[in-house]
Design a binder for this molecule. Structure first.
Ligand code: PGA
Length: 253
């Protein structure tokens, strides 16, 4: 019922030339198979979006962006509007990523506006949430995730459940090589699903995809995806290599 979603987040990696080489490899591997039972997306840096779109527009791969402003246009130096992204063929937008929160000081209020602006522009927000190691050690994981989700979704009253995605990304697992175990992740995913039921209703909550992110690799992805509430993965480091990302996207589901 929830179609699995695999998203590669390149972060600040790959020039235009590297983007070209990447997709040559990735498409060569991917297009030999029928992956109509899953959605595969890549989030290159803004500078590669236009070119990436020209390479994948005839393929099933969806284009994602790594952030977006909430307004259509305006005096917001350094920001990119959701409408500009739409023009480039973007369909998904990663929002509230831990690096945006912790390295660039984005707070819940700003993230809420971004989620609302992106959703209203017809793009699909991938809202990232997750606790730090300290918060986990202090048993504040659920509390943290609940606050982040409630605040970020405050502007969306009755959203189309197929048009929002949540990504649970424990901060301690991002880029560290230490992934959450499948059961640690599943516990939080179950909690998030329940929270979505309370915020909306059971039917909607059932349809919202909840991804796991944090040190996902070709080696651990299958075990993670076996959990009933893990509906896909958000992959950083391992998505930079087309062969590795292909291995992740092509697992048996
Ligand atoms: P990672 O990053 O896979 O390199 O841990 C995940 C993410 O930041 O989304």
């Amino acid at each position: 019922m929830r179609q699995p979603l695999f998203v590669g987040n390149w972060k600040m990696h790959h020039t235009i030339l590297e983007t070209k080489a990447y997709f040559e490899n990735f498409l060569r591997l991917l297009l030999k198979h029928d992956f109509s039972d899953r959605t595969i997306s890549i989030a290159p840096p803004f500078t590669s979006l236009f070119y990436a779109h020209s390479l994948i527009k005839e393929t099933p791969i969806k284009l994602s962006a790594q952030n977006a402003h909430f307004a259509e246009k305006g005096a917001f130096t350094g920001e990119i509007s959701p409408f500009m992204l739409k023009e480039l063929g973007v369909e998904y937008v990663i929002l509230g990523h831990s690096e945006r929160r912790h390295l660039f000081g984005e707070g819940d209020e700003l993230i809420q506006k971004r989620v609302e602006g992106v959703y209203k522009a017809g793009l699909i927000p991938i809202l990232c949430v997750g606790e730090t190691l300290n918060e986990r050690n202090e048993e504040k994981t659920f509390e943290r995730v609940e606050t982040q989700i409630k605040r970020a979704l405050a502007g969306l009253q009755n959203p189309d459940p197929e048009k929002i995605v949540i990504a649970y990304e424990p901060v301690w697992a991002i880029g560290t090589g230490i992934n959450a175990t499948p059961s640690q992740a599943e516990d939080v995913h179950v909690f998030i699903r329940k929270l979505l039921e309370d915020l909306y209703d059971k039917e909607r909550a059932k349809k919202i995809r909840i991804l796991y992110g944090g040190s996902v690799t070709p080696e651990n992805v299958s075990e993670l995806m076996k959990e009933p509430n893990i509906d896909g993965v958000l992959v950083g480091g391992a998505s930079l290599d087309p062969e590795k990302f292909f291995k992740i996207c092509s697992i048996n589901i």
